[in-house]
Write a protein that binds this ligand. Structure first.
Ligand code: SF4
Length: 460
């Protein structure tokens, strides 16, 4: 599909990624540890009568050995590996607190280690952490267990150890293979090293390999990025996430080390995006939504075809909505209709856990309106289809009355050919999938009450 440049230009505005709704910038400090405990107790009560789906778990490892200048993550840059011991001890306490509320052996269908750099931890440390988690929770036999791997901290032997520990999915941060771009962002990793790791992961038997790329980085050109796209496609990762770089140096300190005069101009960014989309489709990948591609045989591509796609804090998923226990500094979880976030600094995080308190510092209990809008936004983001009847029955509203203003705001997008609206549904078109964030934004109550959208990355 050829996407007109004029459309890309008009619709490439800042917007949320909708890994949650309401988005994390709406969380409030009035939501604290006691609210989180209550949400866990409600889940425990539901579990006793067998009424809750399995859990998902996210573990945040914040340490990185060196800083990538484009980074917008919550991380701690250090070469002092001994700092991991105190952190792991705190994680153990946090796990214990969850067991005290939920009971031991809660089934888990999905577990993800992210960061920072999870592979900052040694194999022994990761084994210890996995053992703690397995004592506390019950990993289901077909659970997806994934870890983000920094190719600079991994070797084929390490990948084997990780597989032995139970990890069955890997995500590699590649970003760009061009050596000059890598130097400009302070993340140098050769194509050969990544290629060898991906080949090793295949030979070991990992179920799925994901590659992350970023366009819009300093010194990237349409030609250089096309080369990266073809190199990545040749490695055949099962999934590819293609992120757009948001240069917000006033918010993210490492980005101040990027020479803004080296950033590609908007026209080049558009050409990179168009080239990458066309490139991955041409290399046989299916477009999933927003910034994700997958091989047609991958479970995500199958789920998309069958309308079974879901979305959580890790992005698109094949797993239905689960309660998400988030462990570690700054981690964001979801329990029932609440969201909660842990303390963002290590001193605060450690302090709460020394007192055997949940380190929750902010969060949100979704209102009825939030839940209706979440259902609509997730239907757009995941199925590309909002069936009025199913939302009306689930939330006891009349779609046309409740969302009269939103349906009016959708009309120009319908005129552009991005959505089709009839009496019974809103359908995202094939072209509309590339702008699905912009379509979902129409239903975001907060964004329309707020003009500070520059804090979000661009929608495509
Ligand atoms: S991009 Fe990843 S590896 Fe680089 S500094 Fe940020 S968290 Fe660490």
């Amino acid at each position: 599909m050829v996407i007109p440049d004029s459309l890309l230009r008009r619709l490439d505005v800042p917007g949320p990624r909708y890994t949650s709704y309401p988005t994390a910038d709406r969380f409030v400090e009035a939501f604290g540890p006691e609210d989180y405990r209550q949400a866990l107790r409600q889940r425990a009560a539901g579990a006793r009568v067998g009424g809750v789906p399995p859990l998902s778990i996210y573990v945040h490892i914040p340490f990185c050995e060196s800083v990538c200048y484009y980074c917008a993550c919550n991380k701690i840059v250090t070469r002092h590996h001994e700092r991991a011991a105190e952190y792991l001890h705190a994680l153990d306490t946090e796990i214990d607190l969850h067991v005290a509320e939920l009971g031991a052996g809660q089934p888990v269908s999905q577990m993800h280690f992210g960061g920072g750099t999870p592979t900052f931890l040694t194999d022994q440390e990761l084994e210890g952490l996995m053992a703690s988690l397995q004592r506390a929770f019950k990993l289901m036999p077909d659970a997806e267990v994934s870890i983000e791997v920094d190719p600079r901290t991994a070797s084929p032997d390490r990948l084997q150890r990780l597989h032995d520990m139970g990890f069955n999915r890997l995500s590699f941060g590649i970003q760009d293979f061009d050596p000059d771009v890598q130097k400009a962002v302070h993340r140098v990793q050769s194509y050969e090293s990544v290629r060898d790791l991906i080949h090793a992961a295949r030979a070991i038997g990992y179920d799925s390999i994901n590659a992350d790329l970023i366009y819009g980085l300093p010194l990237q050109t349409a030609v250089s990025f096309e080369r990266t796209v073809s190199q990545v496609a040749a490695l055949r990762p099962d999934r590819i996430a293609l992120y757009s770089y948001a240069h917000l140096p006033e918010r993210f300190k490492p980005q101040r080390r990027i020479d803004s005069s080296q950033l590609p101009p908007p026209d080049t960014r558009l050409r990179m995006l168009g080239g990458a989309i066309g490139g991955f489709l041409g290399y046989g990948y299916s477009y999933i939504g927003m910034d994700h591609f997958a091989l047609p045989t991958d479970a995500l591509a199958q789920a998309k075809r069958q309308g079974r796609l879901h979305r959580n804090f890790q992005g698109y998923s094949t797993q239905p909505d689960c309660d998400l226990v988030a462990l570690g500094v700054s981690a964001i979880g979801r329990m029932g209709s609440t969201y909660s976030q842990n303390a963002k600094t290590l001193p605060e995080y450690y302090d709460a856990l020394h007192q055997r308190q949940f380190p929750t510092v902010r969060g949100l209990a979704a209102t009825r309106d939030d839940l209706v809008r979440r259902a609509v936004i997730m239907a757009i983001m995941c199925q590309g289809l909002v069936e009025f009847e199913s939302i009306e029955l689930a939330h006891l509203i009349n779609m046309r009355e409740y969302f009269g203003a939103e349906l009016e705001r959708l009309a120009p997008l319908a005129a552009e050919g991005l959505v089709e609206i009839d009496e019974r549904s809103i359908q995202v078109t094939a072209l509309g999938w590339y702008f699905v964030r912009g379509i979902a934004m129409v239903f975001d109550r907060y964004i329309h009450a707020d003009q500070t959208r520059a804090r979000f990355s661009r929608i495509i």
